[in-house]
Design a protein around this ligand. Structure first.
Ligand code: CMC
Length: 379
């Protein structure tokens, strides 16, 4: 075995590979900051468009800037008919596979696809941000045997997404809840998928490619896929009185509880609060309190884990919000993606503005000095 005297930082935990002005996760106290603003202020007082502007343009917009930014998003929502055709051909795939394939295909129709100037990446990044909800909704409609609903330029980002998904305008409360959900999912420090997008961007590959890398990484159950797992768990539990036995069996099998724990947070994920409240209100409004009650009981009984720093995370409550809205489970990650794409773009811009190729090292633990044996002589 080769012996190299190096200290491994597996999973790159606690490694600072770059500086950022985009977002800060303070794990010890459960704080999240986007460009100086606390996530609670942004979630309660701003809209998705304002926060996306904050991340992409580096400041909260004036009314005139917001109007111009919202107009540019609304103008770019359409996707080429060829991309809709591709979606039709692959409609039986997982929505995340369809989404990443469709975003990849968009590159083929994008003039200046290889332009990695700040202006070029920003222009294309805003367009991908606008097109992502159209792709997710079109795919869902097509696979349900219904025609895609064209984007409605009179609606803001979140409301238009819901209208394209369900075929009817959402009420204001629902639109605001999803708007808030998109805000809290927008960016999150060196999360796995934004880091992956940065790695691609650091080769000076184009923004479409870097976003596709991010989307591919987001799909995993340890990252974007946890909300789907939470709702599966709630359905398996079935009734509030089964919670204790369910968790005991999970503990016995040493299985993880989806929606708990985080690579950085050792206190409650600050994003969870907004979705817990959203889930509670939605359950009340729909007269369907069961899932909220089951999840509340799970959260209560996970208190011993919280004392070890394994606390509730954003995905725990996000799943129940989507479920109560009638969103199928396999669309939970694509909703996360709709929110995170402008976060990727903000980080891709930041990466390329002061680029350095991301190229770490690995300790080699394999053999050395192996003697080459020709194929005919190998036993
Ligand atoms: N349930 C039970 N035990 C857990 C959990 C959990 N959800 N999370 C961590 N642990 C335990 C783990 O088994 C380990 O115990 P031990 O030391 O006895 O082996 C210890 O905590 C440390 O685990 P780790 O994997 O080294 O810790 P991590 O900080 O790298 O894990 C995580 C982060 C997100 C991968 C993990 O908490 C997890 O798998 N959670 C469930 C999946 C989930 O909810 N993911 C969504 C994250 S939030 C959305 C996002 O921002 O991506």
């Amino acid at each position: 075995m080769a012996e190299q005297e190096v200290e491994l930082k597996r999973g790159l935990r606690d490694v600072y590979f770059e500086s950022t002005e985009s977002s800060l996760v303070i794990g010890s106290v459960g704080r999240l900051i986007y460009r100086g603003y606390d996530i609670h202020d942004l979630a309660e007082r701003a809209t998705f468009e304002e926060v996306a502007h904050l991340l992409l343009e580096k400041h909260l917009p004036t009314q005139a800037e917001l109007d111009a930014f919202s107009a540019s998003l609304r103008q770019c929502r359409e996707i080429p008919p060829e991309v809709t055709e591709i979606i039709e051909r692959i409609k039986d795939g997982h929505p995340m596979d369809v989404l990443r394939t469709a975003v990849s295909a968009l590159a083929a129709f994008e003039p200046g696809v290889d332009d990695v100037s700040h202006e070029g990446t920003l222009r294309k990044g805003i367009k991908i941000t606008a097109q992502t909800p159209t792709i997710v909704a079109a795919h869902h409609r097509i696979r349900s045997g219904k025609p895609p609903v064209p984007p409605d330029p009179s609606l803001p980002h979140a409301a238009n997404f819901l209208a394209m998904l369900f075929g009817e305008r959402p009420d204001d409360e629902t639109a605001r809840l999803i708007d808030k959900d998109l805000i809290v999912h927008l960016d999150h420090g060196a999360n796995a998928s934004s880091f992956a997008a940065r790695v691609t961007a650091s080769t000076l590959a184009d923004v479409h490619g870097a976003v596709v890398t991010g989307l591919s990484t987001l799909k995993g159950p340890l990252h974007g896929g946890a909300a789907e797992g939470v709702m599966k768990m709630a359905l398996e539990i079935g009734e509030v009185e089964n919670v204790e036995a369910y968790l005991a069996a999970k503990r016995e099998r040493r299985e993880r509880i989806m929606g708990f724990g985080h690579a950085v947070y050792r206190a409650e994920d600050p994003r969870a609060r907004h979705l817990r409240e959203g889930s509670r209100r939605l359950a009340e409004k729909m007269g369907d309190p069961k899932w909220f009650q089951i999840l509340s009981e799970v959260e209560k009984r996970m208190q011993p884990y919280a004392e070890r720093g394994i606390c509730v995370n954003v995905d725990f409550w996000a799943g129940s919000v989507y479920y109560l809205l009638g969103v199928p489970e396999d669309l939970f990650i694509p909703i996360f993606a709709v929110a995170r794409v402008p976060g990727y773009v903000a980080q891709i811009l930041e990466q390329q503005d002061k680029n350095m190729l991301i190229r770490p090292q690995m300790r080699y633990d394999g053999p050395m000095d192996a003697e080459f044996v020709p194929i005919a002589e190998r036993g």
